[in-house]
Design a protein around this ligand. Sequence first.
Ligand code: GLU
Length: 450
Amino acid sequence: MHQYMQRVYDEVKARNPHEKLFLQTVEEVFESLEPIVEKNAELYEKYGVLERMCEPDRMIQFRVTWADDNGMPHVNRGFRVQFNSAIGPYKGGLRFASDVTLDTMKFLGFEQTFKNSLTSLPLGGGKGGSDFSPIGKSDAEVMRFCQAFMTELWRHIGPDVDVPAGDIGVGGREIGYLYGQYKRIKAVWENGVLTGKGFSYGGSLIRPEATGYGAVYYLVEVLKHFGETIEGKRIAISGYGNVGWGIMKKAMHLGAKVTYFAGPDGYIHDPDGVTGEKLDFILEMRAKDPMHCKPYADKYGVEFVPGTKCWGVKDVDIIMPAATQNDVNEEWAQKIIDSGVKYYIEVANMPTTNEALAMLRKCEHITVAPSKAVNAGGVATSGFEMSQNSMRYSWTAEEVDERLKVTMKNIYAASVEAAEKAGLGYDLVAGGNIAGFLRVADAMIAQGLV
Ligand code: GLU
């Protein structure tokens, strides 16, 4: 590592010794930035660019007290990490999951800054959430929790300040309850304060599908580079939330199919692909019980393999981890390498451990695409939702979808160009990190030491 980067990395490590996820992402990004920092070290050092990028603008933590349906009190922890506002208001989702800690929020906020920059929209980086999980809670409990959460959060956010959205555990229902409470407290119509809203009160068409659609648009560009098309391709994914579901749907539109998908209880193998009415069944199954995908196998008479992941299966062309962080470790990476699959397209935020990522990138028969670029279609469409709210207007589904497609093509092209310019050849991982970094660094330098 260049000595400036090494110094900053050592400081970040000393300052945050227990934050494994945050350190993992900083290390991964720094590794990619090496050639760029080497060239401009003096300038970046003079403006403290790297050390400022690794320290959030501010971190808000609060207690969320709510009562369950039996009147019993519960205390959860709420967070909002406002990471970087060099190029726009803080923007990023809220994650409600029992394993959420400040470390999770910081890793996601750091990644969000680069991802949002890649969209070329005016969006800074932020992330928030709670260690509350909506799984197994009644609708009334989720509503009370969301109201209690927003009663603390509202003073820190706003359409020009910080614009949260969904993430794991936060979908349309939660965003609705959160917006209702924000509006009640502020007594203004500021629907640009949240994205991922329902269409009736200012949500954007295509937002629920956008992350998955965007990932498939990016994949199409990768395939094009190798003279291939998506038609007839078989895809294995993990996760079947909004993101996985969007992948299944767009793959079907474009003549490909998801033949494997994994959930918390095991994986499904459907050789005919998840298409047609099966897509609606996925939604139903998830709404009833998000922890089990076995009912899909029971309903359609296909194979269910309990207690394991589908990485390493041989009869697919593309792998897309779309569940959560560190889904693929070294052991799974080896299985993926041995399977002979050619495309490893990250979709979830940081789905690969750094060690596994290094193995996959080194493997000659595999092309790796990074999640910061591949999943940026979600937040880009959130950016479109903000634009529509500002205009007090809404675009048709076709208009949004077209903008999303163009954005994903541009992200891919910018990543390819950035890697080539840095002398790295065709390296989508480094190219994505570099392209995202350059825009933020430039704005930070222009705005001085703040
Ligand atoms: N949670 C999503 C992400 O990781 C979307 C964020 C947003 O739309 O603001 O990018």
